[in-house]
Every structure is written in structure tokens, then in C-alpha cells.
Design a binder for this molecule. Structure first.
Ligand SMILES: Cc1cc2nc3c(=O)[nH]c(=O)nc-3n(C[C@H](O)[C@H](O)[C@H](O)COP(=O)(O)OP(=O)(O)OC[C@H]3O[C@@H](n4cnc5c(N)ncnc54)[C@H](O)[C@@H]3O)c2cc1C
Length: 460
């Protein structure tokens, strides 16, 4: 007997509770062997943009290397095929159990439900252990047993419960083994605009570098788009190349470390919210906002396309959208600015923007994306009593004061050498190099947005 381990959003060996449980179980079997497998939905993979294909492929390649090339790849096109491939894996490995990390986003839950069902009908068991969080979604509760809908009280309970104890990889008897019917992981079919480096070792190096370089000034620098003041660990967290426990275990009590801990908790809060309200993946958390008047039709579509290309005429928005296309990542402050612009200046539904982010973000995470969008759109978990509308000019002047961020991504404005880059319409040479004029007037659209909010208040 041996054990089959199904890698999911946990592409790492260290601090992996579920993998450790598989190894511990293997110790109790005669062969003392684990068969690590990873399933890839080849159809879904082909639909991914280049950057997402490359980042996934690199992460899997790194995992396979750390398993000494013993990772089996199961190429499937739906959950039923995945489940059947795992049944076949159990037969070859002579295993009665598949171990895996429990996932909480709606798509992964569907997949683990189908797998559990099919395994069961074949007399086999799916055992789900741990999660990609320091506290499993669904665990943090108010004293009355209900879940939190607001971040700050969630955080106060979460921080008491957060598991920070490291789970080092135990020794494995005869090691990891590969299945005879493993296929190869697909090579990316699309180009990536940048060379992607991924994997557990890279994630640990990134965290070490961040700890030495920027952690202690994180509270002051994290909002500055022109500086590298954040960890850039979102890709690694989304793919499970590092566990939040590993990060939390190393944090002290300084103000900066506390702010970083709170950002990790935002990821956990959104996962908890999506767990309780799975429909909010694509639907409104505050249902009344469904009735807000949004623009549709040809001109709405054209404005959306200008936004996706970074051609709105607002430098901070355009720099962000072009950073996304160029790097598959965008600074958090700028994500909020571009999201606010889409919903409150262009009057488009948040779901349009979330789908574009999903296609391009190498750190795409269903909960953080849907709820990051809804928070900014005003229909999410934001507890603020007023309706936030980000001013893209003031945000630019504050968080990119010298214009370095805009100059990096918007070459048509690179001749402007200071903060006046955020208002090219005020400069005699602002449009010298073909930068597009403003698609809309922010002040007018702000008023329009507030008027539509008033309409909504009248009808709801
Ligand atoms: C509209 C919108 C969409 C977003 N979509 C995603 C997404 O698909 N995937 C994703 O990982 N993050 C998303 N975020 C959150 C945030 O922008 C990124 O996590 C962050 O920019 C990643 O950079 P970093 O790793 O350097 O972050 P750091 O500032 O170093 O933070 C450390 C970690 O904390 C978590 N975190 C930080 N801020 C947030 C936040 N506001 N919400 C949730 N988690 C947070 C992330 O896991 C991040 O890696 C979104 C935010 C907005 C406003």
C-alpha cells in the first residue's frame, strides 16, 4: 500500500500540512511511498493569457524539480475525468486514499466534491487537510456564531486564531514515485511579456529579500506606486508556493509588521466572505447595487477597450493598465484607482473589470479579485459610510509624486520630468508624443456617479 497526494493550490513541499499528513500516513503503509500528482485542465489552460500559462508552468516545473522529477501530471478536461484519473492513480499506487489540501473557492469546491463522490463509489476516500490560509475560511465567528461581514472585527478574532506554527517536511521512507501513465505538463502556447520566475525556492528568496529591504518601512511605503515597497508575494500565495503561516511566523510587533500582518488578513477575510457567500464570485455582495444604472452598448464597450489598453487619457489609470499587460501584476493602490475609474468614471459593471484582471493577473485569486473589485466599486464589504470615488489626478500626485511610475509605463509622457505628468492637459507639450486625450471628464463623471447613486437610493 502507498498514498496518492493530489497537489492543488499548494505547489510547495515545506510548511504543507496536507502533504505532511500524506507522508505520515504513508509511514503506516508497507511501501512507505507517496505518489504526488497534479491535474491540469488542458482546455482551461489553453484559454489562459500567456503570462498566466507561463507562471503556472514555471511553478509546476519548480515543484517537479523539488520532487526529483516524480510529479505525475494528469491531463484532463473536466472534473469527472480528473476524478477518474485519481481512481486510476489509486489502482496503480495500490492506495485507498487520496490526500489533498482543502480549497474554498467555488470552482475548487466543485472539483473536490466530484472527486470525493467518484472516489467513494470506487471504495476510495478523499481526505482533505489544511488550507491555503492561517485560519480556515468559515472558522472565524462572532460570539453569536455568525460570520463577520466587516474586516476590522474579523481581524481582531482572526489574529487570535491564526496558526503560525511551521510544519516542516517529514522524512519519507522510500520517497516519491511517479505513475506510469503520467503525461507532460503543457508548454505555454502563448508568449509572456516578461520572463516569469516562480516556485517555492523563489518565493522564499522573495520573502527574505523583502524582509531585509522593505518590511520595516512597509507601513509608510506600501501605497507608493513608484517604489518597490511591497512584498510581491501575491503570485506565490495564490499558487501556494508559500503558505501565509511561513510569513506570519517571522513577523514581529513593529507597526510596519503589524500593517503587513493586516494585509495578509485581508486575503483571509475575502476568502472567508466568499466561502459564506459563494455567489459573490460574480454577483453583488450588496444586492441593491445590481439596480444601479450602468452603461452598456457600443460606446460603453469602446470605453472599456480604451481602459483595458491603458488609453483613457488619465496617466495613473493608463500606467496601471499597462503595467498589468506588461507584467501580469499591478500595485494595490493602482488596482483601486483603475477599478474606481471603470465603475465610477466609466459607469461600467465591476464584473467587466474583474474578468479582465482574471485573464491577466498572474496572482489571480478568486476571492481577492471579486471582493477587491466589489470593495472599490462600493457594492462590497467596505464599511465606510460614504461612497468613495478615487480622483485619479490627486491619487497620482500623492502616490507617484515625481511621476516615475507613469514614466515607466507610459512612454508618450516620458518627456515630462516631474509630478505635472499627472495633468498633461495643463502643459503646452503634454500631447507632444501622441498621448490620448481624456476619454471623460473626471469631475463631470463623479457628479454623474453620485446622481446615479441617488437614483438607486430612491428605488431601493
Ligand atoms: C480590484 C482589485 C483586485 C485584486 N485582485 C487580486 C487578485 O486577484 N489576487 C490577489 O492576490 N490580490 C488581489 N488584490 C489585492 C492586492 O492588490 C494584491 O494582493 C497586492 O497588490 C499584491 O501585491 P504584493 O504581494 O506586493 O502585496 P503586499 O502589499 O506585499 O501584501 C502581502 C500579501 O497580502 C495580501 N494582500 C495585500 N493586500 C490585499 C488586499 N487588498 N486584498 C487581499 N489580499 C491582500 C496578498 O496576498 C499579498 O501578496 C486585488 C485588489 C484590488 C483592489
Amino acid at each position: 500500500m502507498s498514498i496518492v497526494y493530489w497537489f492543488r493550490k499548494d505547489l510547495r513541499l515545506q510548511d504543507n500540512e496536507a502533504l505532511n499528513a500524506a507522508i505520515t500516513l504513508a509511514h503506516q503503509t508497507d511501501l512507505n511511498t507517496v505518489f504526488p500528482v497534479l491535474a491540469i485542465n488542458t482546455h482551461a489552460y489553453q484559454l489562459l493569457e500567456g503570462i498566466r500559462q507561463h507562471s503556472l508552468t514555471e511553478g509546476v516545473r519548480a515543484l517537479n524539480k523539488s520532487l526529483e522529477n516524480n510529479l505525475s501530471i494528469l491531463a484532463v478536461s473536466n472534473n469527472q475525468e480528473l476524478a477518474e484519473a485519481l481512481v486510476r492513480a489509486c489502482a496503480e499506487a495500490n492506495s485507498t486514499e487520496v490526500l489533498a489540501m482543502e480549497c474554498f473557492d467555488p470552482e475548487s469546491v466543485r472539483s473536490q466534491d466530484v472527486v470525493a463522490e467518484v472516489l467513494k463509489t470506487n471504495g476510495l476516500t478523499l481526505r482533505l487537510v489544511g488550507s491555503a490560509y492561517a485560519v480556515k475560511p468559515g472558522t472565524v465567528r462572532k460570539p453569536d456564531g455568525t460570520n463577520y461581514r466587516v474586516y476590522t472585527p474579523f481581524y481582531k478574532s482572526w489574529v487570535q486564531l491564526a496558526d503560525v506554527a511551521q510544519k516542516p517536511l517529514p522524512k519519507l521512507g522510500t520517497g516519491f514515485k511517479k505513475l506510469s501513465f503520467s503525461t507532460v505538463f503543457p508548454e505555454p502556447s502563448k508568449q509572456s511579456p516578461i520572463k516569469v520566475i516562480a516556485g517555492e525556492a523563489f518565493a522564499l528568496r522573495t520573502f527574505n529579500r523583502f524582509s531585509k529591504r522593505a518590511l520595516l518601512s512597509y507601513d509608510e511605503m506600501r501605497n507608493r506606486a513608484d517604489l518597490s515597497g511591497t512584498s510581491h508575494l501575491s503570485h506565490a500565495l495564490a499558487h501556494g508556493e508559500i503558505h501565509p503561516r511561513t510569513l506570519l511566523a517571522q513577523l514581529g510587533d513593529s507597526q510596519a509588521e503589524e500593517v503587513f500582518r493586516k494585509e495578509i488578513a485581508w486575503r483571509e477575510f475575502y476568502a472567508d466572505v466568499l466561502h459564506h457567500y459563494p455567489h459573490t464570485l460574480n454577483d453583488y455582495y450588496e444586492p441593491r447595487f445590481k439596480k444601479l444604472r450602468y452603461d452598456t452598448g457600443k460606446s460603453a464597450q469602446e470605453r472599456f477597450e480604451a481602459w483595458t489598453k491603458g488609453e483613457t487619457g488619465y496617466p495613473m489609470v493608463d500606467a496601471g493598465m499597462r503595467q498589468l499587460l506588461a507584467e501580469g501584476w499591478m500595485h494595490n493602490r493602482v488596482r483601486m484607482i483603475v477599478a474606481s475609474f471603470l465603475v465610477k468614471d466609466l459607469h461600467l459593471e465591476w464584473t467587466w473589470g474583474a474578468a479582465h484582471f482574471e485573464a491577466h493577473l498572474s496572482d489571480f485569486d478568486p476571492a481577492s479579485n471579486s471582493h477587491g473589485w466589489q470593495w472599490t466599486a462600493g457594492c462590497g464589504t467596505d464599511a465606510s459610510p460614504y461612497y468613495r470615488i478615487f480622483n485619479p489626478i490627486l491619487q497620482g500626485l500623492k502616490f507617484d509624486p515625481n511621476g516615475d511610475y507613469v514614466r515607466k509605463y507610459v512612454p508618450e509622457l516620458s518627456h515630462i520630468k516631474d509630478g505635472s505628468i499627472h495633468e498633461p492637459w495643463e502643459l503646452f507639450d503634454g500631447y507632444l508624443n501622441g498621448y490620448p486625450e481624456r476619454l471623460v471628464d473626471h469631475n463631470e463623471e463623479r457628479n454623474e456617479s453620485l446622481a446615479r447613486l441617488e437614483e438607486l437610493k430612491q428605488i431601493s
